[in-house]
Design a protein around this ligand. Sequence first.
Ligand code: FAD
Length: 515
Amino acid sequence: MKITIIGGGPAALFFAILMKKSDPSHDIRILERDGPNDTFGWGIVFSDKTLKFLDEHDHETFVAMTEASQAWDPLVVGHPGQTISVGGNPISGIARLAFLNILHRRCHDLGVDLRFHTLVTNVADHLDCDLLVGADGANSLVRRTFEGFFLPSIDVRQNKYIWLGTEQPFHGLTILFRQTAAGLFISHSYKFNPTHSTFIVECPPETWLKAGLDRLSDDETCAYLAEVFRRDLGGRPLLSNNFVRWLNFPLVKNKRWYHRNVVLLGDALHTAHFSIGSGTKLALEDAIALASAFRQHASVPEALPAFEAARKPVVEKFQAAALQSLTWLENVQSYLHLDPVPFTYRLMTRSRRVGFSRIRRADPAFAARYDAWRKSQPQAGPVPSDFLDLFQKKTFGHLATLMPDGTPHVTSVWVDYDGRYLIVNSARGRVKDRNMEQRRHVAIQIPDPDDPDRYLAIRGLVVEVTETGADAHLDRLARRYLDKDTYPPSMRFPGEVRCLYKIEPRHVTTWNPFG
Ligand SMILES: Cc1cc2nc3c(=O)[nH]c(=O)nc-3n(C[C@H](O)[C@H](O)[C@H](O)COP(=O)(O)OP(=O)(O)OC[C@H]3O[C@@H](n4cnc5c(N)ncnc54)[C@H](O)[C@@H]3O)c2cc1C
């Protein structure tokens, strides 16, 4: 097969390696804009799982990589009040350039035609091949050329970020939160070789403008940020290579992944926020998935749909987790009031891929600290205080009542809580009204609308049914649920008589795997 790949990043190089390994007669050409030793950024990180995956698919790359990387285990969270280290998160860091050079060597050894300093300006000039791969990064020309077919969406996120380096060693994935007069700065750092660590800084746009970072030169930017993180950096400077540039993270997705014999790979196809450190992992996994589609299907028209069908659901899941992570960081100001322990726990569970049991396995001592904090929280009546937010959102409860023959009846209801009773507002004559008047035992499950995994479940007794105050209460609920000052008369049945049902909780359970 004659394969042309535009872009020579991790996705392109690894795909070329795998294709050459499966059939050395493939004629593979990679066209890369930059030289072999130019790269943006500093170091990248991989989990143990990604390394194992690499080992399974190309042992030579795996061996060279592990020799060139730095392994560490803790996640370090620099809350303004206290720095907390949580063990059991094995990660390896490697210089991006060292990693690319390993892949370059493998490509050379396997006979891939790797052409550096070759900027592609017109994709149409390169269509004379069996397969054209667009692996030209987040700003892909291939994607833009065929955007009417790929149907991309690019969600440019609010925080500004910049990718710097330092000689200060950070022996763990370290996330620091530092308040300044201009506002909040967040850093993501880790050691990737014996002498250097990556140091990515992000901040909200308001902080960026207030700090005057839009007007500072490269050197001034590094000096300003080194001052913000002076204690963490031990007074060492921040370093730039050819990437002193503030960016907004582009969240790239494509509705369709291929068009005729053209397919996208890696960042050209999808991006994942750097806070979950998975962009390169996804690029490598794409390469593995596309190469394996070609092992199973000899022809391009069969292999490309098979690649998309197998890979898209996995990528979508990852992008959803990365979105949770970046959104959490965009809104972190509203969590910084938390004590360092619950703050660290929230940070670790922000992408919903890690829950309490995983944390307990990784670091039992930290899990015990979190558990102790949770148990020490004041209770607001029978409902735990950390679940009271459910009564401030547009939360629907699933209320189970009993029919005359003893069978259950379930219905969705708006829910309220007065510190003692759970309150449901309904109308006379409805099935639940008749059931609750006559059979007082009920159960209700109340899931968090923002996270259905998190819920409150109550079994209790209806201790009071009253029409007094029901209309005023309904108006209060209308403010929360409908964003209206009063409950619209048009939503009521003619002659409707509202009622309050006060449920005394007898048995309360909560579930929050990520909180
Ligand atoms: C701040 C930051 C931190 C990150 N940290 C991590 C991390 O810790 N771990 C991790 O796994 N990932 C990380 N990533 C993501 C990672 O860098 C990318 O996801 C990964 O490099 C994607 O690989 P790729 O091959 O798809 O694209 P790229 O690495 O972007 O490669 C695309 C290549 O195409 C070339 N190119 C572009 N246009 C043309 C053209 N017209 N003609 C010829 N060549 C062209 C470019 O020069 C480039 O070499 C980070 C990203 C950022 C921005």
